[in-house]
Design a protein around this ligand. Structure first.
Ligand SMILES: *[C@@H]1O[C@H](CO)[C@@H](O)[C@H](O)[C@H]1NC(C)=O
Ligand SMILES: *[C@@H]1O[C@H](CO)[C@@H](O)[C@H](O)[C@H]1NC(C)=O
Ligand SMILES: *[C@@H]1O[C@H](CO)[C@@H](O)[C@H](O)[C@H]1NC(C)=O
Ligand SMILES: *[C@@H]1O[C@H](CO)[C@@H](O)[C@H](O)[C@H]1NC(C)=O
Length: 330
């Protein structure tokens, strides 16, 4: 076994695909070229991912969007979720779902689960008496990264169908629906939005996952909702740097390393944390950038535009830069 590990390490080296040895150190990483990358799991612990790991067909068959769980939190049940099930009217009738209130869905990333979105759920309930659903897609998300990537569209399609069923059968308003997704979760909500033909009012993509996504037609794009906003904090590495939303924010240049970050898992998660802070304080003022270079150099001086928040009527487009602090609430 040990011999095999050493042998495969040697083979990898010869192929120009050295296995990085320092957990969380992605300084070797070149987008589209590197075979190995450290990606933090649901608790931020870096896991080594082989981006050339072959597809496992049995994984797709066994784990897909049919495993999604929809965890409802409201101000009446801020700590203990109620499980909503598609095609199960009683699961909604017996819950605190309120058709007259906004619906916000928060979606975790690789190796996360329904409790990983705690920070956002708390911020959203603090801000208003909303229906906040945390999508638990952990059965899919806990697999090998490359297999998980292949099943993201299925998870998103099931989410889209669920939201449509919920609104059709139990009320709600497409103009008051906001999907929020971090990392792989950003591509999940993109696929959800496409499934319901762009009727979702708002999508917030928080450092949408980069590895295996930069040229993918399954990635989040600006047609997936009426208004799609992205916050980029680890662009070109664990996140996508390209402006794939209508409005695209590049805090502190949009790349690794964000202020106060020493490990590379920190910058990727920062977009999610910045968004949660924006829900409560709503004081991140972006300045419009003329181009991506200005964004990268954090040198934007154009018109003001607020980053994040929960304003359903928010509309805008273009690139925006800003500087933030190094710790909560930034
Ligand atoms: C990053 O990883 C370290 C070491 O595994 C962990 O202690 C830390 O909590 C992680 N940070 C974040 C922001 O997830
Ligand atoms: C769910 O995620 C949280 C934090 O992200 C973690 O502490 C917990 O162990 C996970 N639960 C399961 C059942 O994996
Ligand atoms: C669920 O409720 C909706 C609306 O109240 C109704 O139209 C539908 O027939 C119900 N479905 C089932 C399976 O009972
Ligand atoms: C930022 O923009 C100003 C004005 O265009 C320019 O003078 C300056 O050199 C730029 N700074 C950086 C770091 O690019």
């Amino acid at each position: 076994m040990r011999f095999l590990v050493i042998l495969s390490a040697l083979v990898a080296l010869c192929a120009g695909h050295a296995i990085p040895t320092i957990p969380g150190d992605n300084s070797h990483y070149v987008e589209g070229e590197s075979r190995y990358v450290w990606i933090p799991d649901g608790e931020g612990v870096p896991r080594l991912v082989d981006l050339e790991e072959p597809a496992d067909e049995s994984f797709s068959d066994a784990r897909n969007g049919a495993n999604n769980e929809y965890w409802l939190f409201t101000r009446r049940n801020p700590n203990n979720h109620q499980l909503l099930r598609i095609n199960d009217n009683d699961s909604v009738r017996n819950s605190n779902y309120n058709r007259d209130r906004p619906l916000t869905v928060v979606v975790h990333g690789w190796n996360g689960n329904g409790t990983s979105a705690r920070l956002a759920v708390d911020a959203l309930l603090h801000e208003g008496d909303n229906n906040v659903i945390s999508l638990d897609w952990s059965i899919v998300a806990s697999g090998p990264y490359t297999n998980v990537v292949r099943n993201v569209p299925s998870v998103g399609q099931h989410l889209g169908n669920f939201v449509q069923w919920l609104i059709n059968n139990h009320g709600g308003n497409w103009n008051n629906v906001h999907l929020i997704g971090a990392s792989l979760g950003a591509h999940v909500i993109g696929n959800a939005g496409r499934t319901v033909r762009g009727r979702i009012a708002r999508i917030s993509g928080l450092d949408p996952a980069g590895p295996q996504w930069s040229d993918s037609s399954n990635a989040l794009n600006r047609n997936d909702a009426v208004y799609v906003e992205c916050i980029h904090t680890d662009g070109g590495l664990l996140g996508i740097f390209d402006p794939i939303g209508d409005a695209n924010f590049y805090p502190n240049g949009g790349t690794n390393r964000q202020p106060g970050c020493s490990l590379s898992n920190c910058s990727h998660v920062r977009a999610y944390e910045l968004f949660a802070a924006s829900v409560i304080y709503n004081n991140f003022i972006g300045r419009r950038c003329a181009d991506l270079n200005e964004a990268r150099n954090n040198n934007c001086t154009g018109a003001n535009f607020l980053m994040g928040n929960t304003d359903f009527s928010k509309r805008g487009s273009g690139l925006y830069g800003l500087s933030t602090g190094s710790e909560w609430p930034f």
